[in-house]
Write a protein that binds this ligand. Structure first.
Ligand SMILES: Cc1cc2nc3c(=O)[nH]c(=O)nc-3n(C[C@H](O)[C@H](O)[C@H](O)COP(=O)(O)OP(=O)(O)OC[C@H]3O[C@@H](n4cnc5c(N)ncnc54)[C@H](O)[C@@H]3O)c2cc1C
Length: 450
């Protein structure tokens, strides 16, 4: 189990499994953020809807209970892919607004999830990473972002916020917040059940068909069946190659002493990353620890998912090393916990939301590593699509996309291993040469990631 659930004494008491066939207006498969936000907005808009959620384990078992707690106004995938189907800048604005929407629902529902909007620092560790930061800031301008959305900070400006050893500068964007993922999940699940949505746990769905989800207790028939299974989608019949379950791993320290925090700075709630090809992401938790995550073992043959989230000792060691490199003052601070999870990656690295009235099938996901805020936007968009309302949200370019399937094995495994091995090599080259590696750019292009 990840640190976040453990810090709350574990998930709430299990909810009952489904024990009989059922009819509903909307059946939602998967009780992570995507499923829960969709239920929340649908029920708020149309209280008479009968909505049931079918969850194989418990609400928040997946990435939603294990993530880095970045509520990010940015999203995955190259702009050119979204530009093919519409207005990329409109999607970007909608995502920025989503960070505030999420914060305001938490306030309205009185959910204390340690939400604080402190922005993001994309730290440059070395000259090559500084070039990457500058190029990202330039690219953001090309895609319509203003200076206040994303700009460069000098090394001194960064140090005034956080003292990161060896940092030559950073990018800063105000459009990110920090959250305690399991507190968000727990609060949202109780808000949804209070609205009258039934969540059935320990209820695996083996197959989704038009207007029907198959469970061990029999079929659940509904006008709409919403697939919200993200990194676990490959376990559903016929969807083995839809989304790859990519791993991400995290460690968290014990709480830092006041003296250590004084040495580091970081008195705000900014979330942090470095700017490598295979980057790490960090947050200062509400209770004064540092949580740091990264890719770890990227992918398991045959799209195997990780169950309870065991983490390889080599991954724990490399995350710990990175933490000590960035913050030498943490060298004596014990690591309290390590865990892993899977996120869903589509073949073109771009997220999607879709609902087809002809079949009653809907889905959202493929957020890569940036689904905390995007799942909220997905929930509001699915509300409008399912209720047949045309809105600004339903016109956004991630709506109705149908990404290509991944290659069959062993090609898929070989390609993903190669991509991450080459990115790691590019990072080593960049550290040595002090400039961006051509290899990294080649892999970006070949994999379609950027
Ligand atoms: C370690 C880690 C760190 C991350 N950090 C961040 C971050 O800082 N910021 C960010 O924006 N994103 C982050 N992400 C990604 C983010 O957590 C996800 O994009 C988001 O939580 C996806 O939510 P979801 O509801 O779509 O999927 P999930 O939370 O994975 O939920 C899917 C649910 O479906 C259930 N399910 C699956 N198959 C079935 C079935 N057949 N029948 C019934 N139920 C089923 C699962 O048990 C699970 O509960 C991270 C992910 C990981 C793993």
């Amino acid at each position: 189990m990840g640190f976040w659930w453990r810090s709350l004494g574990g998930p709430p008491a299990p909810r009952a499994p489904l024990d009989h066939p059922l009819e509903a207006d909307v059946a939602i498969v998967g009780a992570g953020y995507t499923g829960l936000w969709s239920a929340y907005y649908l029920k708020r808009a149309e209280p008479s809807l009968r909505i049931v959620m079918l969850e194989r384990e418990f609400a928040g078992f997946g990435a939603s209970g294990r993530n880095g707690g970045w509520v990010s106004g940015f999203f995955s995938g190259p702009p050119r892919v979204y530009e093919r189907s519409g207005d990329y800048a409109a999607l970007q604005r909608a995502m920025f607004a989503t960070v505030d929407e999420l914060g305001s629902v938490l306030g309205e529902q009185r959910i204390d999830a340690d939400f604080r909007k402190g922005g993001h620092l994309g730290v440059a560790l070395g000259h090559a990473q500084l070039q990457r930061v500058r190029s990202e800031v330039r690219q953001a301008g090309v895609h319509g972002l203003a200076r206040e959305d994303l700009h460069e900070l000098s090394a001194a400006e960064l140090a005034a916020r956080v003292r990161v050893a060896g940092a030559l500068g950073a990018s800063f964007s105000p459009h990110l917040a920090r959250v305690h993922p399991a507190k968000l999940l727990r609060g949202l699940a109780s808000a949804v059940t209070a609205l009258g949505v039934s969540i059935y746990e320990q209820t695996p769905v083996s197959e989704i068909r038009p207007r029907e989800a198959l469970t061990p207790a029999g079929p659940v028939r509904a006008r709409w069946v919403l697939r919200a299974t993200e990194g676990y989608t490959c376990g559903l019949k016929g969807l083995e190659r839809a989304l790859v379950p990519m791993n991400s791993s995290m460690i968290v320290t014990e709480p830092l002493s006041e003296e250590t925090w004084r040495e580091i700075g970081w008195s705000g709630a900014e979330v942090l990353s470095d700017s490598a090809n295979v980057y790490v992401y960090l947050q200062r938790t509400g209770d004064g620890r540092i949580a740091i995550g990264g890719r770890g073992v990227p992918y398991r043959f045959g799209s195997r998912t990780d169950g309870a989230g065991q983490t390889a000792p080599s991954t724990i060691a490399s995350l710990t090393e990175k933490l000590h490199e960035m913050f030498p003052a943490t060298a004596g601070v014990p690591i309290d916990h390590a865990w892993s999870g899977v996120l869903g990656v589509p073949r073109d690295w771009c997220m999607s939301v879709a609902a087809d009235p002809a079949t009653g099938l809907a889905w959202a996901g493929g957020y890569v590593g940036e689904g905390v805020a995007a799942a909220n936007l997905a929930g509001r968009t699915l509300r409008d699509l399912i209720l047949g309302r045309r809105s600004e949200l339903t016109a956004l370019p991630w709506v109705g996309r149908a990404p290509a399937r991944w290659e069959p094995e062993p090609l898929r495994w070989a390609a993903i291993q190669a991509v991450y091995a080459l990115y790691r090599r590019a990072d080593r080259d960049e550290r040595r040469a002090g400039r961006l590696s051509r290899l990294g750019r080649l892999v970006d292009r070949a994999s379609g990631r950027h």
